[in-house]
Every structure is written in C-alpha cells, then in structure tokens.
Design a protein around this ligand. Structure first.
Ligand code: ZN
Length: 315
C-alpha cells in the first residue's frame, strides 16, 4: 500500500512563518512560588496541633524514621523544623528554575516558533497570551486565549528545556486551533462536534509538540500500544455513532478519563493524513480544519479505503 502514499521524505516544503513577538508573556512572581510552598507553615501553632494528630496516626513510621536517623526525635517541633527547611529548599530550587527560564525566554520562544512553522501556515497570534506559572497540578493547559505553562512539570525531568519546548508547542497549537472561535469566524462546537474537534485538536498538538511520550506512557501503564489504540478507536466510534448529546457532555466534562483515548485516536488520524498527503497539502487541509475539523476525519476515512489495515473511524 506504500505506493499510494504521496509523501516523500525529501519533499521541498515552505515552513510557516510564526511571529510570536507581539504575544504578551508573563511570569508568576517569586512570592507566588514562596506562597505555594510555605502557605501551610504560616500558622505554626495550628501546624503543630495538626502534627500531633499525624503523629498519632503514623506512630510506627515515625519510630522507624528515628531509628533510621532521618529524624532526631518524633517531637512535633523537630518535624516542624525539618519540614519547613525542606519547603524552603524546594522553594529556592523552583525560583532558580523560573529565573533560568526567564533568562532563556527568547531562545525558547524562537525554537517554539520554528517548530510550529513545520506544519502551521504563517501565523501571528491575534489574542494569545502566555503565562509561565507554577501549580501543583503537574499539567499545562489553555484557558480561553491563554496558554499556561506549568514550570513544575519540568523541574525534575531530564532535559527540562526540551520538554518545556514540547509542551509549549502543544499548547500554542491549541491556541492556533481555537483562534477562529475567539475571532467569531466559527461557532464553538458542541456535543459530537466537540469530540471531533478534540480529536483533531489533540492529535495535531501532539504531532507538533512530540508524541513519543504517549507510547511510552501507555507502555509504562502496562498496555500494549497497538491493542490500546484499537480499543480507543472502538471507544470513540461507539460515542460518535450513538450520537447521544448527554453522553458527549459527560465525556467532555470528565475528559481526563477518556483523554488518553482521544490522544491516541487523534494522533493516529492526523499523522496518517500527513503521511499520505505530504506537508503542503496537509498544511492547507489543517488550516481549513480549524473551522471544520471533520475535514481531517473525512480525509482519514478516504485513506482507510486505500489502506484496509488502518483502524476505521465512523461518525
Ligand atoms: Zn492538549
């Protein structure tokens, strides 16, 4: 079936020009980070009172910690000193990391723009804002026109700057996809259309930002990637063919429970279309798909007619 593919590795392509120079970029303050870690230590008396309760609940562990020399004794005051010392150390590490990103900001943004240009058309964001922040949620996210890059995700990983760039590209792709809805060029999809939009939105963001981690994650969870992809297609097809508005609402509200399935199916669809159509045709189609995401799914269905081995999608 490979002969049907129009994609050639050495296909000459014109990269999209991505201009992020006018996008406002904000950093959370050092005080904000301090607060995040030290808030719980503000009222010492309250903390000690609660620690006495914890001491009762974890008596055995405390004895072990003292025997192992981790704690001098199990006195709440001793534990207070140790905990606040650790929180201060953590705060220092995080603030230093934030300062490192502030210093490297321009080169990070240049790299993000370059990677976005690989499959996006020329783009100068109309509404986007970027916030480098820290939250204890361990995710990055988009809210309306804003991309939140949670620095906490990258502090303890190998090659944190590379990982940050990948997530940054992912979130910027979402902002690009969302732009027609904020500029009122398109109506924000609901129900079934929202699932179709999510498949294309997440699939394209993963393609741009790096998708290796998905396969890795599934394997870490003990799943067979191929089998889980097929299971995910079956799950999505079930939702799309039943077309039950309530079911869609439930699904999109509790997105995390089915988000990995949306990721897997979305990236398979987007990647297959790119592979068959080549970069330039793909760029034109994904640009149209911002207002009508079903175009990508329809193209994938056509490709499924050529390659019968691909998992099918019905809607
Ligand atoms: Zn995403």
């Amino acid at each position: 079936m490979d002969s049907e593919k129009q994609y050639l590795d050495d296909e000459p392509t014109q990269e999209g020009l991505i201009d992020l120079s006018s996008v406002p970029i904000e950093f959370c303050t050092d005080e904000f980070i301090g607060d995040l870690y030290l808030k719980q230590y503000k009222d010492k008396e309250k903390w000690l009172r609660e620690q006495r309760v914890r001491n009762e609940l974890h008596r055995e562990e405390l004895v072990k910690a003292v025997q192992a020399g981790i704690l001098k004794d199990s006195n709440p005051e001793t534990i207070w000193q140790r905990s606040i010392g650790m929180a201060n150390k953590r705060k220092k590490v995080l603030i230093e990391f934030k300062h490192e990103i502030e210093i490297k900001k321009d080169s990070i943004i240049a790299e993000v723009a370059k990677r976005l240009g690989k499959y996006l058309p020329d783009w100068s964001p109309k509404f986007a804002k970027i916030l480098f922040t820290m939250e204890q949620s361990y995710t990055c996210w988009c809210k309306n026109n804003d991309a939140y890059i949670n620095l906490l995700v990258f502090v303890d990983v190998d090659d944190p700057i590379e990982k940050l760039i990948q997530y940054f590209v992912h979130e910027m792709t979402h902002l690009w996809m969302q732009e027609p809805y904020f500029s009122q060029e398109a109506v924000y999809p609901s129900g079934k259309d929202r699932l179709i939009y999510s498949l294309v939105n997440e699939g394209f963001a993963l393609l741009n930002g790096g998708k290796a981690s998905i396969k890795e994650l599934q394997e870490q969870l003990g799943r067979n990637y191929k089998e889980y992809t097929e299971e995910s297609f079956a799950f999505i097809n079930d939702r799309l063919t039943k077309n039950n508005p309530e079911e869609f609402e439930k699904m999109m509200q509790k997105e995390s429970t089915c988000l990995d399935k949306i990721y897997l199916v979305g990236v398979k669809i987007v990647e297959t279309v790119l592979e068959y159509d080549g970069v330039e045709k793909f760029r034109a189609l994904i640009t149209q798909a911002r207002k009508d995401p079903s175009l990508i799914i329809k193209r994938y269905q056509e490709i499924c007619e050529i390659n019968k081995d691909l998992p099918k999608i019905y809607f």
